[in-house]
Design a protein around this ligand. Structure first.
Ligand code: KIV
Length: 264
């Protein structure tokens, strides 16, 4: 395998080769996904919900992201590693945003992702000017849950569609190398993808994007409390994991494990 680098993504868009992105938050899973040959591993701030048990992403801190980015970085060899900038790590001022983005690179990320469109244009420019690659994220941006009134599909009205197109263009003009389109109608995502020269990575944005991202617990079927429409489970791993642990518990309780073959 060849190490994926930032130059690959523009080429993939040009050649209409889809970009595969998946989240990971620790060394073990980063290594497992890396061995499959995914293009991008994202240490998402979805960490808050799927690992830390928080109700949303707003409580995720820079310390959390640095810790988990370092862990994922130690597991991957070939994939491009991106780390999310958590809530309040980039909004206050550009200098703080640059420092925090830099900390994520020091932890092992090769780029950072941050949520927002025209409102974060200056911040993206400032970070990119320091040679820190940025991936944008527009549409349903989970850090804006309270402005949006919940996790709602964005871009349904004409005004919203125009605003989202402008957000995507702003992110591109600011120097981002790619942009995540989350929770928007498939037609709009395809239009944005056509209009932008940088690749779009969809999640809940239909098949017209240049790539796709899913949260690992969703696609592996480890998280089954609810299933958003855009999630496809490519495995049903919760059950086999529980079956294995139940078999272990039974053998320990019955005195079958450990046996002589497991003893010194
Ligand atoms: O935090 C995350 O995992 C994300 C992806 C779902 C795009 O931002």
């Amino acid at each position: 395998m060849k190490k994926v680098n930032i130059l690959d993504f523009a080429r993939m868009k040009e050649e209409r080769r889809k970009i595969v992105m998946i989240t990971a938050y620790d060394t073990l899973f980063a290594k497992i996904f890396d061995e499959v040959g995914v293009d991008i591993i994202l240490v998402g701030d979805s960490l808050g919900q799927v690992v830390l048990g928080l109700p949303n992403t707003l409580g995720v801190t820079m310390e959390d992201m640095v810790r988990h980015t370092g862990a994922a970085a130690r597991g991957r060899k070939w994939a491009y590693l991106i780390a999310d900038m958590p809530f309040l790590s980039f909004q206050a001022d550009a200098a703080e945003a640059i420092r925090n983005a830099g900390r994520l690179l020091q932890a092992g990320a090769e780029a950072v992702k941050l949520e927002g469109g025209r409102n974060v244009e200056a911040t993206i420019k400032a970070i990119v000017r320091c040679d820190i690659p940025v991936m944008g994220h527009v549409g349903l941006t989970p850090q804006s849950i309270h402005r949006m009134g919940g996790y709602r599909v964005q871009g349904k009205s004409d005004a919203q569609r125009a605003r989202l197109m402008d957000d995507a263009l702003a992110v591109q003009e600011a120097g981002a190398f790619a942009v995540v389109l989350e929770g928007i109608p498939a037609g709009l995502a395809a239009e944005i993808t056509e209009r932008l020269s940088i690749p779009t990575i969809g999640i809940g944005a239909g098949p017209g994007c240049d790539g796709q991202v899913l949260v690992m617990q969703d696609l592996l079927g480890l998280f089954d409390e609810f299933r958003p429409k855009f999630v496809k489970r490519f495995g049903e791993l919760k059950k086999p994991v529980q079956d294995a642990v139940a078999a272990y518990a039974e053998e320990v309780r019955e005195g079958k494990f450990p046996g002589r073959e497991h003893s010194f």
